[in-house]
Design a protein around this ligand. Structure first.
Ligand SMILES: [Zn+2]
Length: 269
């Protein structure tokens, strides 16, 4: 069992999407020593004014990090229903969902409607997405590496998706243009950029990063969970753990963990 004692200030959580001038980046994270011999714990301190809360991440072992578990039978996951989503089978870790509900209500007050269109996905679900694209792109990208890189513009290799963790959601639309000037969700994105950090959410796939997936204005991470899980992932998982689907042998060569798992908006780390 891994317990992450989590301390953070809302100020520190500020995450302004693609705006590199955000004032949020100046406070260093300090990782303290484990507090008990049978517990792997990390205390994350974000300045003296931080308020403390505990986030427990049981079973955050390799299988958890790789999405090889069933959220429907995991004690810390809850179903997400209306009005937060119109889709069946949506699940999140309860901490992420509680935070999302607060954000949803605040957005609602500002006449902004947030809808979850994807949440936790298992390794098997990600494998279905990946292998469907593997077939679909076969003609345009016959070379396996090119084909994998094409899929990796927007989709993760199974075992390397933040959607495995119960901390990440896709909102409203899977098309950047919908969130841009003149788009159906322009107001939604403007609201998220201004307020999501107040509820612990950050956009990991912003524009202008040197590596990783293309920009995704719809993808948001609940950082009190996703930060310790990313740290654990980078400590625990290697490319040889990314296996069991077509093209998996390319994981090391492409640098999935370094460039894609690690290639996120610095403000979400
Ligand atoms: Zn996503």
């Amino acid at each position: 069992m891994y317990i992450f004692f989590w301390a953070f200030s809302l100020f520190f959580q500020a995450c302004q999407g693609s705006d590199p001038s955000s004032e949020a980046s100046g406070v260093p994270l300090k990782v303290a020593a484990p507090v008990a011999s049978d517990t792997m714990a990390a205390t994350l301190v974000a300045g003296a004014a931080a308020s403390a809360a505990a986030v427990t991440v049981p079973d955050a072992d390799s299988d958890y990090l790789l999405g090889k578990f069933d959220p429907a039978t995991h004690p810390d996951f809850v179903k997400v229903g209306k009005p937060y989503t119109d889709r069946a089978g949506m699940m999140l870790r309860k901490e992420s969902f509680e935070a999302f509900k607060k954000m949803w209500a605040a957005a609602q007050k500002d006449k902004v409607v947030l809808k979850i269109i994807s949440s936790t996905r298992s390794f098997g679900q990600q494998k279905n997405i990946w292998e469907a694209k593997w077939e679909r792109f076969a003609k345009d990208a016959p070379l396996p590496k090119n084909r994998a890189l094409k899929i990796l513009e927007f989709s993760s290799m199974p075992g390397s998706s933040r959607h495995h963790w119960g901390s990440d959601i896709d909102l409203n639309d899977l098309n950047n243009a919908a969130f841009e000037t003149g788009g159906k969700y322009q107001k939604v994105y403007a609201w998220l950029n201004e307020h999501a950090h107040e509820y612990g959410f950050c956009q990991p796939y912003t524009a202008g990063r040197p590596n990783g997936y293309h920009e995704e204005k719809w993808h948001w991470s609940y950082t009190p969970l996703s930060k310790p899980l990313l740290d654990e992932y980078q400590k625990t998982i290697t490319a040889s753990d990314i296996k069991g689907f077509k093209g998996a042998e390319l994981a090391a060569e492409i640098g999935i963990i370094q460039h894609y798992v690690g290639g996120i908006n610095q403000q979400c780390k």
